[in-house]
Design a protein around this ligand. Sequence first.
Ligand code: ZN
Ligand code: ZN
Length: 183
Amino acid sequence: MKYPTKQAFRPAWDDYFMSMAYMAAERSTCDRLRSGAILVKDKRVIGSGYNGSPPKMEHCDDVGHLMHEGHCIRTLHAEENTLLQAARLGTSTNGSTIYSIYSPCYHCLKKLIAGGVKRIVAAHVYRDTRVSDACVEAGVMYDRYTPNGEWLDYLVELYKILPREKTSEVKSSDTGEKNYESE
Ligand SMILES: [Zn+2]
Ligand SMILES: [Zn+2]
């Protein structure tokens, strides 16, 4: 049986990048906030990040939080890690857009502004509502992300329907599982 090669759903850019941010968040290691972010420039990913400890350092999920004045300071925030990943790879963040599950805390916002991020897209507002005023002051676009229900429904099914390239399906009689062979 031949599978149709035309894709069933082509996400808009915001849906595409925000779903990557949700994937990144699944790598978080501090349960006080499991967030993820993707840094994009000219419609290309230049950094990804999640709330987690710096490389080689212990994780909150393993050893508990490191509290200071009511905040866990063990982790870098997702926004910081996206900037640092771009820095580590030698990519300019000037003029970039960040897609983040939560709006940035004020500390991260300052770093995003200083790093030249020009647009922030957040799915949820996290605590500090002064962030939107600060964005106006700094000339940064601040957009709330509205999930596309059709895309979300499609995402749920995505792993079940792949691979979708030109394949022929062979049904295994003993396991009932589907195997795919390239033509
Ligand atoms: Zn923690
Ligand atoms: Zn932050």
